[in-house]
Design a protein around this ligand. Structure first.
Ligand code: GLP
Length: 239
């Protein structure tokens, strides 16, 4: 794993350059996108670079990591809505080339079809990840088997609490989500994980320096051949 440490602004710029390089080398790239507050700086930077003509998303395809169960794409807390508002609207990607797991159809067949669609597209070139305070990637909570593919999960209480700030009350936070599995993520050719802020420092230390264990889902990244981790000084403070 390669670890880069800088200010939040600088790590967004550095990570964005990976996308400029990839999209210029491979305009048909398959991109795995993530939600959360962490990638917002990166997404703003990507939109800026795209507007400046540094790269184009016109031939790209995007697959998102996860979606809340029960929210459709028009709900302002759905991850589909988040992606449209924070990235897709601001870049030249075709909306019909962007995929987010369905929060309404949670059948095993539909989950399996998501993995199949990724495979049929040629596999993900860069998978972007944030990290939960408990080490979750996507919505793969501690204990998720490393062999998992796209599936429905029950969210832990700590994850619901952490995400409650975006909803009117904790009762409105969905109890379940559909997420790419750990294996889906590990199948990506390259992975970029970003973390910002002091609250992420303990889990970043475990992820990078702790044992590889299903108790810390992100620790699996130690086994991937091409992972770049972008941290601000606070998230890196315990390394
Ligand atoms: C959610 C998402 C994750 C994300 C995490 C951290 O639970 N499912 O993909 O990494 O939140 O969010 P934030 O970046 O806001 O700290």
């Amino acid at each position: 794993m390669k670890v880069f440490v800088n200010t939040p602004e600088k790590i967004a710029e550095m990570a964005a350059q990976r996308y400029v390089k990839l999209l210029n080398e491979k305009p048909t790239a398959i991109l795995g996108h993530a939600t959360g507050s962490t990638p917002l700086g990166l997404y703003a930077e990507l939109a800026k670079l795209n507007a400046e003509g540094k790269m184009s998303y016109a031939k790209c395809t995007s697959f998102n990591l996860d979606e809340y169960v029960g929210l459709d794409g028009t709900h302002d807390q759905s991850y589909r809505y988040f992606m449209n508002e924070n990235l897709f609207k601001h870049i030249d990607i075709r909306l019909d080339h962007t995929f987010v797991p369905s929060g309404l159809d949670t059948s095993a067949e539909t989950a399996a079809a998501y993995d199949k669609a990724i495979e049929a597209a040629g596999g993900i070139d860069i998978q972007l990840l944030g990290i939960g305070n408990n080490g979750h990637i996507g919505f793969n909570e501690p204990g998720t088997p490393f062999g998992s593919l796209t599936h429905m999960v029950e969210l832990t209480e700590s994850t619901r609490q952490a995400n409650a700030r975006f909803f009117e009350s904790i009762d409105e936070v969905p109890t379940h989500a559909v997420t790419m599995g750990i294996k889906t993520v590990m199948n990506a050719k390259s992975i970029i994980l970003m973390a910002i802020g002091k609250s992420k420092a303990p889990i970043i230390k475990e992820t990078i320096q702790g044992p590889v264990t299903e108790a810390v889902p992100a620790s699996v990244l130690q086994l991937h051949p091409d992972v770049e981790i972008y941290l601000d000084y606070e998230a890196a403070s315990l390394l």
